[in-house]
Design a protein around this ligand. Structure first.
Ligand code: F6R
Length: 258
């Protein structure tokens, strides 16, 4: 696991975007795993700038998103399909047909989740997975207590996540209580993983994920077992890490070798 610590979230987002841009240039047909939430927004803006400047093209890229609220249609302004269209897909040259988000209205959620995993497999697996982290250490909607071997499935959100996400809804009661989410096992199969974490309220989660034991109580900690996982943090999110200086020095070398 590499930890890249930057002064600002803009700087961290640019570095993470550069890693994605390098992959897209090297492999224009690559498969991306994408995340929603406020964290990846500046990175998506940086990628949109690159497309506009004709530095990269997503014409042949395929994507699968991590999760979707269960019960929301893709047209709902808080659905993750809507978010992805507004924050990335409508701003780059990706073909909409090549973008995949779980169907929050699927009646047979088991069938939906199984088919989603099969699609990813058929596409050759995810080359690079983008992640945020919840204040309780979750990745996708794998809340504390989720099996580290979990696959795409229906999950129940914790009170903490409902509280954290309430800022996007008119009132807390409107936040869906369930979601369809890739599992920790699904995520860990990606060839490369980029996790972004910004702000003070992510510092405990980052500390537990990077320096705590590997545990289902902080599902991001499973990334310690991944061979190519990168954390891009701002100084606040990294503030509780014990080996901060070492990570910064090591990541510099690793980044230059990428
Ligand atoms: C979103 C997702 C979630 C978020 C996490 C952090 O697709 O899977 O795990 O990454 O809840 O959300 P923000 O970035 O809003 O703090």
């Amino acid at each position: 696991m590499e930890v890249v610590i930057c002064k600002t979230k803009e700087e961290a987002s640019r570095k993470a975007a550069d890693m994605i841009a390098a992959l897209v240039k090297k492999n224009p047909k690559c498969v991306l795993g994408l995340a929603t939430g406020s964290t990846p927004v500046p990175m998506y803006s940086a990628l949109a700038k690159d497309v506009k400047a004709k530095k990269i093209s997503f014409k042949q890229v395929k994507s699968w998103n991590l999760d979707e609220y269960y019960g929301l249609p893709g047209t709902h302004d808080q659905s993750y399909r809507y978010f992805m269209n507004a924050n990335l897909f409508d701003k780059i040259d990706i073909k909409k047909a090549n973008t995949h988000v779980l169907n929050g209205l699927a009646k047979d959620w088991k069938k939906e989740c199984k088919a989603y995993e099969a699609q990813i497999k058929k596409a050759g697996g995810i080359d690079l997975q983008v992640l945020g982290i919840g204040s309780d250490g979750h990745i996708a909607f794998n809340e504390p207590g989720s099996s580290l071997a979990s696959r795409t499935r229906l999950v129940s959100l914790t009170d903490q996540t409902i509280k954290d996400n309430a800022r996007f809804f008119k009132k807390a009661a409107d936040v869906p209580k369930f979601a369809l989410s890739m599992g920790v096992g699904t995520i860990c199969e990606a060839k490369k993983v980029i996790l972004l974490a910004f702000g003070k309220n992510k510092s405990d989660a980052v500390k537990a994920a990077v320096e705590g034991g590997v545990s289902q109580f902080c599902t991001a900690s499973a990334l310690q077992m991944h061979q190519d996982a990168w954390f891009f943090c701002d100084e606040e999110a990294a503030s509780k890490l014990k080996l901060k200086k070492y990570y910064a020095w090591r990541a510099e070398g690793e980044l230059s070798r990428q």
